[in-house]
Design a binder for this molecule. Structure first.
Ligand code: HEC
Length: 116
């Protein structure tokens, strides 16, 4: 029994190390609202495909230019939410992948972090 527990603890430690290595910058330097902090985690780790595959957003360590640069592209919460819900051009929708609340949290994050 105790051997099993030790094994499980070691495996969990390894899993945690792997997960944290796979992320971009772990901490934001910004003073994000709770919704934006949740949105940042979704942006980095749960959107499918990841926002960072196609976009630039400095706070998220995202540097791709397939879609517009989110640091400079003019946007507001409604616009980001519409892009996430419906998709826009080559950008796939996140509907059916993320909940309405999660999409709203990502939009809050993008608006708070853009250009900072
Ligand atoms: C497969 C690549 C891809 C992914 C993944 C992607 N986008 Fe996009 N995004 C684009 C492209 C391309 C456009 C420009 C579409 C156009 O204007 O025709 C765009 C446009 C946008 C816009 C501007 C919308 C507007 O009305 O001006 C926002 C905001 C945005 N994306 C946010 C996100 C967020 C947040 C995520 C993650 C949930 C994401 N994107 C994931 C490719 C992507």
């Amino acid at each position: 029994m105790s051997r099993h527990l030790t094994c499980a603890a070691v495996l969990l430690g390894v899993a945690a190390a792997v997960v944290s290595c796979g992320r971009g910058p772990i901490e934001s330097k910004l003073d994000l609202s709770p919704a934006a902090a949740r949105g940042r985690d979704l942006f980095l780790n749960k959107s499918t495909p990841r926002c960072s595959t196609c976009h630039m957003l400095r706070d998220a360590g995202a540097g791709k230019m397939i879609g517009p640069n989110l640091d400079t592209h003019p946007l507001d919460h409604a616009k980001v939410l519409r892009a996430l819900k419906q998709g826009v051009g080559a950008m796939p929708t996140q509907s059916g992948i993320l909940s309405d609340q999660e999409m709203s949290d990502i939009a809050t994050y993008v608006v708070e972090a853009a250009g900072k």
